[in-house]
Design a protein around this ligand. Structure first.
Ligand SMILES: [Cu+2]
Length: 159
């Protein structure tokens, strides 16, 4: 391959990547953060607001990260005796068209089980979110150990 065709191939690859981003822009993730409850925790969780700018409902069906052995979509449910416990939500979370869905403390969240490293305040956790329609979206989630439940202008939630 001549230098010129290498450059052309690189330009083509960049514009393809650009198109993929524009497609994925129907989903926007914002105000994301991750935390562990104690310094030596072997599990952690991530919270965020997922906005759907598209006109079709979407669904967060999976999440992946190298930070943990398993990454699952969880929610909190009250068991019969009034104790809140976490359950794995196989079907994931609906993200309504032109709406948003909140992953927040005491509610839906992305769970990291079996952390491969301890999470320190300020660390960045790369996570790939998998949507039924929008496909895979990779984001960086900052570890924020100082955030109080509900902080950030959202509804207050006990944890
Ligand atoms: Cu959980």
């Amino acid at each position: 391959m001549s230098l010129k065709s290498v450059l052309l191939a690189a330009v083509a690859a960049v514009s393809l990547a650009g198109a993929a981003t524009a497609e994925g822009a129907k989903i926007m993730v914002h105000d994301q953060y991750a935390r562990v409850s104690a310094k030596m925790s072997t599990s952690g969780a991530a919270f965020m607001e997922i906005m759907n700018m598209g006109t079709e409902d979407d669904q967060l069906i999976d999440a992946r990260s190298d930070i943990a052995k398993r990454v699952e979509l969880h929610t909190h449910m009250e068991s019969g005796d009034g104790v809140m416990k976490m359950v794995h939500v196989e079907e994931g979370f609906a993200i309504p068209a032109e709406g948003s869905h909140m992953l927040q403390r005491g509610g839906d969240h992305v769970m990291f089980m079996g952390l491969n490293q301890s999470l320190e305040h300020g660390d960045m956790v790369p996570v790939t979110l998998v949507f039924k329609n929008a496909g895979e979206i990779s984001i960086e989630i900052p570890v924020d150990l100082e955030r109080k439940p509900g902080q950030g202008g959202h509804m207050k939630h006990s944890n």
